[in-house]
Structures are given as C-alpha cells and as structure tokens.
Design a protein around this ligand. Structure first.
Ligand code: PLP
Length: 485
C-alpha cells in the first residue's frame, strides 16, 4: 500500500476520524491525544504522515480549535509528532520501536476458514523485460487517441455515471451483436448479449448461474487454469479430457459421458488453449451431437477469434447450436486486456440468471467505457484496428517462426499456428522449467507446460507468445533465450 509522505496532501485532505466519548470523565483534549497516539501505535498513522490542520480537525470532531491545539501540544511534548513552520504537523520519524511492532496477523489467527484456493497469479513481468507470453497483445498499438476522444465524449453524458443496465450499455450490445453476426455467423440480438469485464468474468458468471456443487464438468487438459478455478469455485468437479493435434479428444469425452452425468464441457475450439490447434470439423459435429444427446452444455471460450490467419473462417460452435452452446468472447486480445471488456451469450433462462449474478458481483460495468467502445465499433475504427493487428501479428508470427527455426533447429519442434499470438513447442532434451528460470534472469519470460497441465506436472513443452513484441524485440528475445539454453 502506498503510504502518505509529508509531501503528499491527500492525508491532510481526508482529515482524520476519531471516536470521542462525550460521557467520559477524560477531558476531550486528552481523548484526542490518546486516540492519535493509539493510531500511531497501531500503524494507522505512520512516521512522516501529515496530521490534518487544527482547524480541520476541530471542525470534523465538533470541538473547539483550542481543544485540538491542546491535544497536539501534548503529543508534541511526548514526542509523537513534530511541527514544521509553514509546512504543518507530522508523525515523528524518530519512533523506531514502532516499526518492529507493525500489526501482525498470523495465518492461524483469523476467525474464519478460507476455502481452498489454487493460486495462479499471472507471470509478473518487470518493466523493460521481454515477455514471450501467450495471450499478451501489443498494447502499444491500441488506438488510444481515438479511444480517449470517444471516452471524453461519452463522459459528457453524466447519466452514464449513474446506475445502468447490468447486462451492459445497449449501444455496445448492439455493436457487439452486429459484429458477432457479421464475423462469426451468430444470429444474436442486442438483448442476447451480456457485457462482462473480460471473458474471465463471463466464465465465472456462467459457473455461478449454471453449476451446483458436485456437477461434473469436463475440461481440456492441457487447458486454461483460470477458467478451471472459476468452475471449481462454484462447486464443480472437473474431469480432464486429453487434447491432441486435432484439439479435444471428443471420443474420450463420449466415453466419459457414458460413465458420468456431465453438466458441461469447457472448450476453446477455435485455437485450443494452450496448444493453439483448431478443433477439426468432424470433432465439432461429434461434440455438438454428443451434447445434444447427453444434454450437457458446451461452454465455448472464443478468446481470440479475430486473430486467424489461414484458411477459410471457422465459425464458432455457437453458430450451429445456439441452444446448447454458451458463447464467451473478449476484446482483451484484439484490443487490450486492461479494458476488461468481454461478453457472454447464453440461451434464456440462463441469460437472466447470469445477469442476476452479475448484479450481485459487480452491479454493472463501466458504461462510459462501453459507450466509447461502441462508438469505435460503429464508426469502423474497431474493425480497422482488428485488420491492422491481424496483419501485424501475422508478420510477427512468420518472423518469429523463422528465427526460432534458424536458432533452435530441432531442439524446438512446433507446428505453425493458424491463428492467435502464440505457438506451442515441444522441447527436445531440455529441462524447460530450468530453462525458463534462466531466461527470466536475463529478462525474457516464457510459459512452460506445467502451467497448463491438469496435475501441474512438468512436460517438455513451452508456449511462446509473439504478440507483445515487435520483430526486432522478438529477435532479441530469441537471442537471449538461446543464451539461457
Ligand atoms: C483461453 C482464455 N480464455 C479467457 C481469457 C481471459 O481473457 P479476459 O478475461 O481478459 O477476457 C484468456 C486470457 O488470457 C484466455 O487465454
């Protein structure tokens, strides 16, 4: 947490809340002095923090200013605070024993039991380093000027700062429905779309609305752990199903569906995460038929649909079976993950349940931002940006692939991904985790297979992203990766 320093005016501006006891026999000035000293002892006020001016304090506490001045004099006499002419009053920095007594809560002390969580923190990449991470777009290329102008225009409508529709601003739902119809063959109306903060929230809301404790959900393994954890948090029991070079092994899923009543399957058919392969047409049909026959839901995560470079467009499963497929998408890859804009399309009455859960979690999204993005979609800026990024990522993919082949030869074996911002490489005769650690020391970050295995066991494979860096940076990163080998 950022602490207030003597140059920071915010602590003064906030005042300082103290509870006074009118019925006490202790004089008010002594109560104020004792309360401030206690706040220093507890770490609420820290050495160097500014104490609000006596006039502000007196007003806030409803006492005469002289009472506050008497309290401050007492504190200064005892060494808790010091005043500086023309600058104000500060908590003394000469209270060294306080630092040792910072409030401590040990793990066993809390009154409540926290259910098991499976930490999966995103790889922290220090500034200036070279991330070869899978899902990370080059946010330097976001049309921020156009976005800022659109945001400013949206902000001029103060009603957008009030409470709005939890399903998202109508203008954005309309723009997304148009985009989804034209680019993905989805026959959706604006009222079918629920805008979420990224697809992660969409997956979480689906889990809350659809799953009961003990429900069995099949997942791809290798797969996307943050989605698994959202499903688990709603009480689902996950069953891993293997993936191969054609994506999810649907025959295995069919065997599983014979032995366990499946509630849902979570899939990334367009570019399987993390292996990037496209789920083949026969398997798509088999999966849809299986879901219909066994009456389970398909949760389709189409996180980077726009970034497909080769072959004819592949339409989502949802375009064929809108009643059994719950469709999740995001602007995180094609635009920027920090905007937190995604969506979910689900058949009623699931959609209504999702909106209800959204209301409990977050009430609504950022309607100002949603209006701004809708404007970029309506005037064609979003489509132009998407085309531009597709061209750029394709060029980066090709130069990345040829540099990897040139430098690593047979050590890294991979198929050229038909879309996305990453490739999946098998490493021969290398301990990939040790390699990744050494590379990180040199400032290059890669993700190894254990991040994506269901049992967290290592495997000799890596996911290498080429989206976030330009071609010169990619060459530099590969060179450093080679040195770390
Ligand atoms: C497979 C997959 N699904 C979903 C997401 C989540 O994206 P967001 O929550 O930013 O929309 C990601 C991001 O990396 C992803 O790789």
């Amino acid at each position: 947490m950022k602490r207030v320093t003597p140059t920071d005016q915010s602590s003064r501006a906030w005042g300082h809340a103290i509870a006074l006891d009118e019925a006490s026999t202790t004089p008010l000035f002594a109560q104020i002095a004792e309360a401030l000293a206690a706040d220093v002892r507890r770490g609420v006020l820290r050495p160097g923090d500014a104490i609000p001016g006596s006039r502000t304090l007196a007003e806030a506490l409803g006492v005469h200013r002289n009472t506050v001045l008497a309290a401050l004099r007492e504190l200064e006499k005892q060494g808790w605070i010091r005043s500086e002419r023309a600058r104000g009053t500060f908590v003394s920095e000469a209270l060294p024993e306080l630092r040792a007594r910072a409030p401590e809560v040990s793990r066993g002390d809390a009154l409540f039991d926290v259910s098991r969580v499976h930490p999966d923190v995103a790889t922290a990449v220090p500034p200036g380093s070279l991330p070869l991470l899978g899902g990370v777009p080059d946010v330097r290329l976001v049309p921020t000027e156009a976005l800022a102008r659109a945001y400013r225009r949206a902000l001029r409508a103060p009603r957008l700062l009030g409470y709005g529709d939890p399903a998202g601003a109508l203008v954005l739902r309309r723009a997304l429905a148009t985009m989804l119809a034209h680019t993905r063959g989805l026959a959706v109306e604006p009222d079918d779309v629920v805008v979420t903060r990224g697809s992660q929230m969409a997956i979480d809301l689906v889990a809350r609305a659809l799953l009961r404790p003990g429900d069995v959900v099949a997942v791809e393994a290798l797969g996307y752990r943050p989605a698994w954890e959202a499903l688990r948090a709603s009480g689902a029991t996950l069953v891993p199903v293997r993936v191969d070079r054609h994506g999810l092994d649907v025959a295995r899923l069919a065997e599983l569906a014979e032995t366990a009543p499946l509630r849902a399957v979570y899939v990334t058919p367009h570019h399987q995460y993390p292996t990037t392969v496209v789920l083949g047409a026969p398997r798509r049909l088999a999966l849809l038929e299986l879901a219909r026959r066994k009456r389970f839901a398909i949760l389709e995560d189409d996180y980077d649909h726009e970034l497909h470079y080769e072959g004819r467009p592949i339409l989502p499963l949802a375009s064929r079976a809108p009643r059994s497929v719950i469709y999740v998408g995001t602007l995180s890859k094609v635009l920027a993950p920090g905007l937190r804009l995604g969506w979910v399309i689900a058949p009623p009455p699931l959609r209504e349940a999702i909106v209800a859960h959204r209301t409990y979690v977050d009430r609504q999204g950022d309607h100002v931002l949603e209006h701004a993005i809708a404007e970029l979609a309506e005037d064609g800026e979003l489509a132009r940006h998407t085309l531009r990024m597709r061209r750029i990522y394709l060029a980066r993919r090709d130069s990345f692939v040829s540099a990897l082949r040139e430098i690593f030869g047979d050590t890294l074996r991979f198929e050229v991904p038909r879309g996305g911002m990453a490739l999946w490489a098998q490493a021969r005769g290398v301990d990939v985790d040790a390699w990744a650690e050494r590379a990180a020391k040199r400032g290059v970050y890669v993700q190894t297979a254990r991040r994506f295995t269901f049992d967290r066991r290592p495997r000799a494979a890596l996911r290498l992203g080429f989206g976030a860096l330009d071609e010169t940076e990619l060459r530099r990163a590969i060179g450093m990766l080679a040195k770390a080998l």
